[in-house]
Design a protein around this ligand. Sequence first.
Ligand SMILES: Nc1nc2c(ncn2[C@@H]2O[C@H](COP(=O)(O)OP(=O)(O)OP(=O)(O)O)[C@@H](O)[C@H]2O)c(=O)[nH]1
Ligand SMILES: [Mg+2]
Length: 686
Amino acid sequence: MAVFSKEKIRNIALIGHGGEGKTSLLEAMLFNTKAIDRLGKVDDGTTVSDYDAEEIDRKMSISLSMSYVLYKDYKINVIDTPGFFDFEGEMVSALTVCDGAIVVTQAGGSLSVGAEKALDYCTERKIPVILFINGLNKENSNFFTTVDAIKAKYGSKVCAIEFPILEGTDMKGYVDVLTGKAYDVSGGEVAVPANLTDAINADNAELTETVASASEELMEKFFDGEELTKEDKIGGMKTLIAEGEFIPVVSGVATGKPVLCDLLENIVHYIPYPGEHTLAKAKKGEEEIELDYDENGVTVCRVFKTIVDPFVGKLNLFKVYGGSVKTGDVLVNMRKDEQEKISTLYILKGKTQEQVPVLNAGDMGAFAKLNITKTGDTLCAQGADIVFPPIDFPKPVLTLAISCEDKGGTDKLVDGLRKLMDEDRTFRVEKDENTMETVIRGMGETQIDILCKKVKGKYKVEAKLSEPRVAYRETIRKKVEQQGRCKKQNGGSGLFGDVYIRFEPAPDTDFEFAEEIVGGSVPKQYFPAVEKGLIEAKSAGVLAGCPMVGFRAVLYFGSYHPVDSKEAAFIEAAKIAFKEGIPKANPVLLEPVVNVSVVVPTEYMGDVMGDLTKRRGKVFGMNTVGSKTEITGEAPQSEMHRYAIDLRSMTQGRGKFSTEFARYDEVPASNVAKICEEELKKRSNK
Ligand SMILES: Nc1nc2c(ncn2[C@@H]2O[C@H](COP(=O)(O)OP(=O)(O)OP(=O)(O)O)[C@@H](O)[C@H]2O)c(=O)[nH]1
Ligand SMILES: [Mg+2]
């Protein structure tokens, strides 16, 4: 394998809605360039990219996978990402290191939600994009109405640069809008179909006007009525694409007899090489720096994905941002400040690994057998002291309690899941400190289900998933005074403790203990015992057995016996005072309330606000965020468990939300009895 310099490298991610043809498109690219001699199919589980057992089973991508395509003297690294919303983190990883993307969308006459989200993600971050309209061989597919639907949202920022030549659902070739020349699928020039001429002329006029905005020089030429040359247009387009200001549209058929026309040519033409347009930002010590992919510079690599391969163990997928990386190099893992020896360097085609001795700045590959390195880490030459910012993964939105029927299994389960956290950084397993439950927080039910299946396959432990418990609390609203008396005779020795305690609301504290004993009615040495008794008692309130908070207990009187008074007696006496006093202090049930922020396209605003109200929530305000609306408010946590799933179905996946603990609030009277019953049942089952 030749060694490539950055000018000859392209790094692209295939992104978009699930099931629109990304994996098939990569397969076709590999087949067309003779990298593989058999065109695999997603439905048969034979593609290069969807190789994992779960991917084959579900006929969809789950993790990103890396391949490369050799085209002319270029190496195009292609990262295929899953489109299903639960796996958005994979797209984020890929776009962190790629220099451009191909958004794949079906020619169904509309823009799929996933494609729209992918386009928005790229334009917001100025990531160059080519839009590939796929599936022209499908009944009811329509290239023109699909382009119109996309233009309705993005305007003339989106323009076709090629028109497909179709006979029914048979794609025969394409017309290059810039030159007005037509080609068949094998690249031979053919006549432009008469029925396309008007559409091509109109498109070319729009394209010219858009491209003229790329520079003052082009603008002047355009307004002076001078014809823009093909080179002018290509140059202008490149500038606008690199700035995320223009999205060229091409089309094809990714399956069957692959018809991609000159997609690879468009990639090398319109997607910038690493550093051509944008430099990578990192930190050197405290200083912000930009890395320019100088292959003679200091070696810096960024790991964007860890994969556990059944044969070679951990693979760390990386991009080289400076210098070159060679077998035998010793690099520093900046997160741990520890050395890693690079024993094996691979380039990948899905699961197939090919060893290479060296990779230059701009290129991508995989490290095998590193000790401590994982997703997000920077590896650089000794003394370089360069660190990349963390990958901006989406935050988990769905929490489920996770356990195992067999008690010992839970540890294995948690252990197995924790290991998978190296590969997938959009979920975590942890103990909820309030409920003491083990919970898994992730992006959706499918992701969590797949993770559990993986652990089951490896460790033979079956996960039980359920709604997580809500950390209810109890408090009091009234001041009461209560005696607690413990008097027991046990054979010869007795137990005696007698306390008077004032319980009063103290909403700003968790719990406070004080004493106002005068004249030694309770000897000093028993104060800690009284406090201890109360601390033990408050862990289970009188309504639902939930922890009691927000109250003060003042020991103000009592009595003792010179022989029978012992620590244990005062502990017991305090507990009796609690048990008898609190029910008279107007106890109430509290529930956690969370701040909620929901960002949705404005047309869903009414539905989202109505739904929040149904969840006993309150809406505080609305802000415009670009073309979307952010709704802020609050809602009881117990009503928000399935919000990730419900919001997705309410907005077809267009909505985003986050929640954050705000405070505890009193549970409305109408809900108290039911919650108390459920809580007491859960506690007795424990
Ligand atoms: N007829 C037709 N079917 C296609 C075309 N492209 C993809 N398909 C089919 O659509 C289905 C989904 O294709 P994939 O390549 O897995 O789509 P994907 O975008 O990778 O899907 P995810 O990995 O779930 O995001 C498969 O059954 C493909 O055979 C096309 O151009 N024409
Ligand atoms: Mg796929």
